[in-house]
Design a protein around this ligand. Structure first.
Ligand code: SF4
Length: 154
């Protein structure tokens, strides 16, 4: 959702490519940048053929929904807030990054913030982005960190 996703050899790369997914081949894997273009309105449009990494991703929020600790509507509000914040951070950083080599989604937001700071020094624009990025990191850590699936616990 926020950085990058690795494809397994058996994953359907073509479905994602047809949606304009940006792939980054490296020595270890084939990964694609987030935000994923297959996500539309909070739903996965390639759900039946989604990558293995997506299938295995059990974030804290999903587990809470499955346990009945939070309703789907409330979970959707959290997802929508996080994606709005993410888009704001990416847009703010894109402006501050203008003219610089593109940093890929797999590179942590913090690195982009540090680079923007080196380039621009402190500025109100950067402070807004940093503020949003900190809120986003807090949301990711609270709601979207991967938790072990209790059904597959050793
Ligand atoms: S679950 Fe679907 S929308 Fe989400 S990252 Fe995977 S392919 Fe993209």
């Amino acid at each position: 959702m926020f950085h990058a996703t690795d494809l397994a050899p058996t994953d359907d790369r073509a479905a994602l490519e047809s949606l304009g997914t940006v792939f980054v081949a490296d020595i270890h894997s084939t990964r694609f940048e987030q935000p994923c273009p297959a996500q539309v309105g909070g739903c996965c449009t390639v759900y039946p053929t989604r990558p293995m990494m997506c299938r295995d991703y059990n974030c804290a929020l999903l587990l809470k929904v499955e346990e009945g600790a939070i309703g789907e509507a409330d979970a959707r509000v959290i997802v929508d807030s996080a994606t709005t914040l993410r888009d704001r951070v990416h847009a703010g950083l894109a402006e501050l990054d203008a003219g610089w080599p593109r940093m890929l989604g797999s590179q942590h937001l913090t690195q982009r913030v540090i680079r923007a700071h080196k380039r621009h020094g402190s500025s109100p624009e950067l402070e807004h982005v940093v503020d949003d990025a900190l809120k986003l990191q807090a949301m990711i850590s609270e709601h979207f960190t991967v938790r072990p699936d209790p059904d597959n616990a050793p």
